[in-house]
Design a binder for this molecule. Structure first.
Ligand SMILES: CC(=O)SCCNC(=O)CCNC(=O)[C@H](O)C(C)(C)COP(=O)(O)OP(=O)(O)OC[C@H]1O[C@@H](n2cnc3c(N)ncnc32)[C@H](O)[C@@H]1OP(=O)(O)O
Ligand SMILES: O=C([O-])CC(=O)C(=O)O
Length: 380
């Protein structure tokens, strides 16, 4: 091999490629482990709240009581949307909630006092604001599209309860709020997933936080990433009866189609977040008198057993959709709910990218034609 014939290895989809270092999120795909700053996702799911987990992600340590109170208060104080954003939501009201969310977050850049300030203090302030504003956008859009007025913010409620309140106008039960809170914790951060990587790529050009999060929302919307929860619900509906699950899997796989809610770029064992949501589906489907949803999901897991042996297992999105459905949340809000939980994770990734910024610009191996002679238009 000569110097000019240097061997090029192409890693399509950047599979298995480390592009930087981060001290935050440890994922062991073989063992099915996930930790934020050393804390197991199981401990956080069992003992923490979204507010506390968001603080941990953004500061690297669990907060003291005083720190948590101040952080929580700052989130509550940030519950406000400029009237022009409500007008923009009205203008695009018929769009998918993810498209509306992306548009509204992009537009918020025009109203934030520190949009182009990439100092760490300003980025933290903008993160707090967006953490509170993203659920407000999702809820306001849902109200407006039903011909209802958005609900005024209520500083007496925690993050998850406040979202559910603004969505329905009713104070949620403690159980419903806790399940939403758990869902936000489980979705808060996941390393260099496609949307966080997108946010880093945008940040790599020294763009601002709103630009990076707008791009992250776009990346999350696809069915191979956050959009899967919505598609799992469509799939469960199409299957209709547990007895049809095996046939469904056989048919899809014969067409080489993916079964939604299964598979992951990193996990070969079961996604550790899934178990907490599985418990929620089991409990809620009995409570709500709709056990068939749980039965359909269980039948799908059974039908996918041969793939499980190959490392294709349930991911976080497999159970979340049915939980939302059982709580009366429409399917097109499933991905926006993922986005609400992910704001701290995106922001953290953006902050870490900014700390030691570098343009992210990989190469594409050229495999097109050799040099060709340009033929003038009249001679073609
Ligand atoms: C929050 C999240 O983003 S989690 C992911 C949510 N997305 C989904 O649930 C959508 C369904 N899943 C998928 O499309 C894929 O599993 C992805 C996109 C998530 C990951 O894709 P990749 O990392 O490219 O998986 P990869 O192609 O390496 O899969 C390895 C093998 O498992 C198979 N496989 C992967 N996922 C699935 C699936 N959902 N159903 C059936 N088979 C699957 C692949 O076909 C492949 O088999 P092959 O080697 O014979 O072609
Ligand atoms: O890590 C990934 O590739 C996708 C994922 O599970 C997430 O973003 O939560």
């Amino acid at each position: 091999m000569t110097d000019t014939e240097e061997k090029i290895r192409v890693f399509r989809g950047l599979k298995g490629v480390y592009f930087d270092r981060s001290p935050t999120t440890h994922i062991d795909g073989r063992k099915g482990e996930l930790r934020y700053w050393g804390y197991s996702i199981h401990d956080l799911a069992t003992h923490s709240t979204f507010e506390e987990t968001a603080y941990l992600l953004l500061h690297g340590e669990l907060p003291s009581s005083a720190q948590l109170r101040a952080f929580d208060q700052a989130l509550r104080n940030a519950r406000s949307l400029p009237p022009a954003i409500i007008e923009i939501i009205r203008t695009v009201v018929d769009g998918h909630p993810m498209d509306v969310l992306r548009t509204a977050v992009s537009a918020l850049a025009a109203f934030d006092p520190h949009t182009s300030d990439n100092s760490s203090e300003a980025v933290m302030q903008k993160t707090l604001r967006l953490t509170s504003q993203v659920p407000m956008i999702v809820a306001a859009h849902h109200r407006i599209r039903q011909g209802l007025a958005p609900i005024e913010a209520d500083a007496s409620l925690g993050h998850a309860a406040h979202f559910l309140y603004q969505l329905s106008g009713e104070i949620p039960s403690e159980d419903a709020a806790r399940l939403m809170d758990l869902d936000f914790i489980l979705h808060a951060e996941h390393g260099s997933n496609a949307s966080s990587f997108t946010a880093r790529v945008v940040t790599g050009t020294d763009a601002n936080l709103h630009a990076s999060i707008t791009a992250a929302i776009a990346a999350l919307s696809g069915p191979a990433h956050g959009g899967a929860a919505e598609d799992v619900m469509h799939m469960a509906r199409e299957i209709g009866d547990p007895a049809n699950a095996a046939e469904y899997v056989k048919r899809k796989r014969a067409n080489k189609e993916a079964i939604m809610g299964f598979g992951h770029r990193v996990y070969r064992a079961e996604d550790p977040r899934a178990r907490h949501l599985r418990d929620g589906v089991e409990r809620l489907s009995i409570e709500k008198g709709e056990p068939h949803w749980n039965d359909i999901l269980k039948a799908l897991v059974e039908a996918m057993k041969p793939y499980s042996r190959l490392g294709v297992n349930v991911n976080v999105d497999f159970y979340s959709g049915v939980i939302y459905h059982l709580n009366g949340i429409p399917e097109d809000l499933f991905v926006p709910i993922f986005a609400i939980g992910r704001v701290p994770g995106w922001s953290l990734q953006i902050m870490q990218q900014m700390e030691n910024n570098i343009l992210i610009r990989p190469l594409l191996e050229y495999n097109g034609p050799d040099l060709r002679e340009y033929v003038p238009l009249e001679q073609r």
